[in-house]
Design a protein. Structure first.
Ligand SMILES: [Fe+2]
Length: 393
């Protein structure tokens, strides 16, 4: 039931809402004799689809859902699983197949959210429990004090996903389409994601107190929220750095994480850091052109580490995994963008205002969920996700 901030949701809600997605978008329209589990669930577990009618007003925290019980939510899931098996046994219309693939990708997004929400919930608990009590496996990599710049030439390139329309199982989100041309000036991309060591230099140089590095809205947010460090950092006199960091494996001394990517920073902090270093954040087109053709390989959920890890030192490293990288690009539709028809058009398109694009996935994103064309987006003050920094020039 725990919901420790408005961005997060209780685990029970995630379970019920991902189940609701299949009931609402697959079973009701495509399984002729389907009997909904319970009528109220139609609005109770609707997240944000206005065209489906009622949903719970935002003033009610999802943590208030003491009923239905977890047992009832699990029974809802079992009911939907049985119906899905029945549907999958028959002749599946192409539109149903596409919606099932979307439902699976939706569920992967919620699995990632569950880990970020558990982390925040445990950090909000005075006992500060660890999600995983086993220690970090030793990681090998290189300690860097300077960025190594990888240079990319200018010219016309293509970004976005070229969907195979004839294959119902080929998938991307609607916001990754259509593939289209962009012109890039030549640019440089740093070899690795910004580390805690590099970010600590920004803090030590009074980066949070120097308005010349900050966007106006970011300066206001940092003041209002009293940001002095990334989320999850806390003073610790016992560590040589003076700090410790809360992870899904409990507290870690910052001195043990200095060469790992800094995470849980907002877009504003990422942007201020880049200005302080005399560089900038990459655009999403620059990021994608650098990442396209690379295998989806990195410290993703599949590694089981659950925290960013030190860079290997090969090429432009850590593009996938470790932490989502803020870009300088606002979240808008690509030229010719069309949302999915019907209520599913609300999945992505209606959020195309006041949010920034992030790329590359994190240590809690499943590898099978990612693509070089994948566009994540959050409001610029967001910090509870595994969000980090790569600089460009
Ligand atoms: Fe959702």
């Amino acid at each position: 039931m725990v919901q420790s901030c408005p961005d997060a949701s209780p685990m029970k809600w995630h379970q019920a809402h991902t189940t609701w997605f299949f009931e609402t978008f697959v079973l009701r329209p495509f399984l002729s004799d389907y009997k909904p589990f319970r009528d109220e669930f139609r609005w109770l577990f609707n997240s944000y689809y206005n065209s489906l009618g009622e949903e719970i007003p935002r003033k009610h925290l999802r943590a208030a859902l003491s009923r239905p019980s977890l047992d009832e939510v699990l029974a809802f899931r079992a009911h939907v699983d049985r119906a899905m098996e029945k549907l999958l046994d028959g002749d599946l219309p192409e539109d149903a197949a596409r919606r099932i693939v979307l439902g699976l990708n939706h569920e992967q997004q919620h699995q990632e959210l569950m880990l970020t929400d558990i982390k925040h919930a445990f950090f909000s608990n005075p006992l500060r429990p660890a999600y995983d009590t086993t220690p970090f496996a030793a990681a090998r990599g290189v300690s860097r004090s300077e960025f190594i710049w990888h240079r990319f030439g200018c010219g016309v390139t293509e970004i976005g996903y070229a969907l195979d329309a004839g294959n119902a199982l080929d998938f991307c989100f609607d916001n990754e389409r259509p593939r289209h041309r962009v012109y890039l000036e030549s640019f440089g991309l740093a070899s690795h994601a910004v580390t805690c060591r590099e970010y600590l230099e920004f803090i030590s140089d009074d980066g949070y107190a120097r308005p010349e590095f900050w966007l106006s809205e970011g300066w206001d947010a940092a003041g209002r929220e009293a940001w002095r460090t990334p989320l999850y950092w806390e003073r610790d006199a016992a560590d040589s750095t003076g700090w410790r960091v809360f992870t899904l494996r409990g507290w870690q001394p910052l001195s043990s994480l200095l060469d790992t990517p800094v995470c849980h920073v907002s877009f504003f902090e990422a942007d201020a850091f880049a200005r302080w270093r005399g560089c900038r954040l990459p655009t999403e087109a620059e990021w994608e052109s650098a990442a396209s053709g690379s295998p989806i390989h990195g410290n993703l959920l599949d590694s089981g580490r659950l925290h960013p890890a030190i860079a290997s030192g090969d090429g432009v490293d850590q593009l996938f995994g470790d932490c989502w990288e803020w870009t300088a690009s606002p979240y808008t539709g690509y030229p010719g963008y069309k949302p999915l028809p019907g209520a599913l058009g609300e999945y992505n398109g209606k959020f195309m205002s006041s949010q920034m694009i992030l790329r590359g996935g994190s240590c809690v994103t499943p590898a099978s969920h990612l693509r070089a064309t994948y566009r994540n987006f959050f409001p610029p003050a967001t910090r509870w996700q595994f969000t980090g920094i790569r600089v460009a020039a």
